[in-house]
Design a protein around this ligand. Structure first.
Ligand SMILES: Nc1ncnc2c1ncn2[C@@H]1O[C@H](COP(=O)(O)OP(=O)(O)OP(=O)(O)O)[C@@H](O)[C@H]1O
Ligand SMILES: [Mg+2]
Length: 252
């Protein structure tokens, strides 16, 4: 379980070695890093470096093309309900001024760390977030020295393992919903399968289900998306029932 992460290394590292890039995608690059503690013990961490996804000038926005700019507007939809306490900040964000975009970008990047910290503390199976600074999130690595945990979509599970994974996903969703969050981009690509258990990853777009007016729609979409994969792998469940069960767990 996540709770047995080696805190001694997290708080007192003496050295760090790069072990290579795990994945380099459109949103983030994930590298594996080995940390060495004062007594010579080591542990592996995943380092997520966010690639520039938001823009700070109109020119950059245009240079990135329509797809990027619509993705950026989508970010704003995710962000509704996350409070900008100062009226000046809120207005800047709504008007999408340069300053407003900068505020959004900063908030976006630290968000995954904060959500992971809350979910980990609530007992959900998510990587322990070690630190966040300068666009880099350092977190618990799921996997072994000779290979990372596969995404669920690539894990080639037996029918019994699919049932086990579905059980984990429902349990995980209950924990995440009860903690007040919707993942916002849940799919078999953002779940890892490791030693017979499902881990939830990739939370930068997580939404607060109470504060965000669209929060429950995001949750509903998460359930539909992820269940779609399980149905194709032989699980028979009704997304509406699963959704209702989650609402019951969160608000009941
Ligand atoms: N803590 C971790 N331990 C092991 N593997 C990880 C970890 N975090 C991420 N990965 C691997 O890196 C991949 C990408 O990470 P993540 O989903 O967080 O980023 P992303 O924003 O989806 O990036 P991209 O759009 O480039 O896929 C994951 O699907 C997983 O295979
Ligand atoms: Mg992902």
């Amino acid at each position: 379980m996540p709770s047995d992460h080696p805190t001694w290394l997290v708080h007192d590292p003496v050295d760090e070695h790069e072990l290579g890039t795990l994945r380099s995608g459109k949103e983030a690059q994930i590298d594996v890093v080995e940390r060495v503690g004062a007594d010579g013990r080591t542990c592996l961490l995943a380092r997520k470096r966010y690639l520039p996804r938001t823009v700070t000038t109109k020119g950059q926005l245009e240079a990135l093309g329509v797809q990027r700019s619509s993705a950026f507007r989508h970010d704003v939809e995710y962000r509704e309900g996350r409070q900008f306490r100062k009226t000046r900040d809120r207005r800047a964000v709504e008007a999408m001024t340069t300053y407003g975009r900068k505020l959004l970008q900063d908030r976006w990047l630290g968000h995954e760390h904060d959500v992971l910290a809350q979910l980990h503390a609530a007992g959900c199976r998510v990587p322990y977030p070690v630190s966040y600074a300068d666009d880099v999130l350092l977190m618990e690595y799921v996997g072994a020295a000779d290979g990372a945990a596969p995404q669920l979509a690539a894990a080639r599970l037996s029918p019994a393992e699919v049932r086990r994974a579905w059980h984990d996903v429902v349990e995980g969703l209950r924990g995440i919903t009860s903690a007040g969050w919707a993942h916002g981009d849940l799919s078999a690509y953002n779940l890892l399968w490791w030693e017979g258990e499902v881990w939830f990853i990739d939370f930068p777009q997580a939404v607060d289900i109470a504060a965000n007016p669209g929060g429950l729609s995001f949750l509903h979409r998460d359930v539909t998306n992820v269940l779609g994969w399980f149905v194709r792998h032989g699980i028979e469940e009704d997304p509406e029932e699963v959704f209702a069960d989650l609402l019951g767990a969160a608000f009941g």
